[in-house]
Design a protein around this ligand. Structure first.
Ligand SMILES: Nc1ncnc2c1ncn2[C@@H]1O[C@H](COP(=O)(O)OP(=O)(O)OP(=O)(O)O)[C@@H](O)[C@H]1O
Ligand SMILES: [Mg+2]
Length: 232
């Protein structure tokens, strides 16, 4: 489903070149839910930006669902991303001038789904996250955990094959994180959506099918010490 081969990305800082990803390889099977850990600055967000085609690599390739994203031109990458990938960010990134349902519907509209079909699908996506009653609320009337559940509904409404989540619970307190994460893991499992979840939290990472650590520009398989208690 996700196949990364010899991926490299460097940034120039002042006079020197900082090689963030250094010939990184990874294979993620369809429907697998993978946690990516690694210290701050190790390149986790850079990796997600390359997988989604928001950023371009210096070398190597990224294949998502059989499509070599890294070889597409800009407009095709944007179209591919909109249709096949969902995103959840640390800071929710909801549009404050749109209500909850409009935020979710926007993704469908960008994919050419409009009118009644778009309305019904957005309400169904909100219902999956227990937010059907909040559909017409203003975004800023919601708690942080509710806003992140709206963001998850938005990320899944167009049934993407791949969901990328960059520290989705990083801005939530522990108790709220432990409510939001099972929703993310449960919905991706029941739909067979492949998930790449960046997190600093070992307890959350344990709930994934696999844990990878980004270090020195490479991904390594990691085994976490004791089994956790997060519901999947
Ligand atoms: N556009 C950019 N220009 C220059 N340097 C960048 C750019 N994007 C990322 N970097 C550098 O690449 C390195 C990796 O950054 P990245 O944001 O991927 O780390 P991260 O693992 O996501 O960290 P965090 O856990 O803090 O979110 C950092 O040293 C960062 O400064
Ligand atoms: Mg980051």
């Amino acid at each position: 489903m996700l196949s990364i081969h010899q991926l490299s990305r460097s940034f120039r800082e002042g006079g020197r070149v900082h090689r963030v990803l250094d010939g990184l390889d990874a294979e993620v099977a369809g429907g697998q839910r993978v946690a990516v850990m690694g210290r701050s600055g190790s390149g986790k967000s850079t990796l997600l930006n390359l997988i989604s085609g928001i950023d371009r690599a210096d070398g190597g390739s990224v294949r998502v669902a059989g499509c070599e994203v890294s070889a597409l031109g800009e407009p095709e990458r944007t179209r591919f991303r909109r249709a096949h990938i969902g995103f959840v960010y640390q800071f929710f990134n909801l549009i404050p001038t749109l209500d909850v349902a409009e935020n979710v519907r926007l993704v469908l509209e960008l994919n050419g789904v409009r009118g009644r079909a778009a309305r019904e699908r957005s309400l169904a996506a909100l219902a999956d996250l227990g937010l059907r009653e909040r559909a017409h609320s203003a975004v800023d009337a919601l708690s942080g955990g509710e806003q992140q559940r709206v963001a998850i509904a938005r990320a899944l409404v167009h049934a993407p094959q791949l969901l990328l989540a960059d520290e989705p619970t990083g801005n939530l307190d522990d108790a709220t994180a432990r409510e939001v994460l099972p929703a993310l893991l449960g919905l991706t499992r029941s739909r067979g959506t492949t998930l790449v979840l960046v997190t600093h939290d070992e307890t959350l990472a344990r709930a994934a099918d696999r844990v990878l650590e980004l270090r020195d520009g490479h991904l390594q398989e990691r085994t976490l010490a004791t089994p956790g208690t997060v519901t999947r």
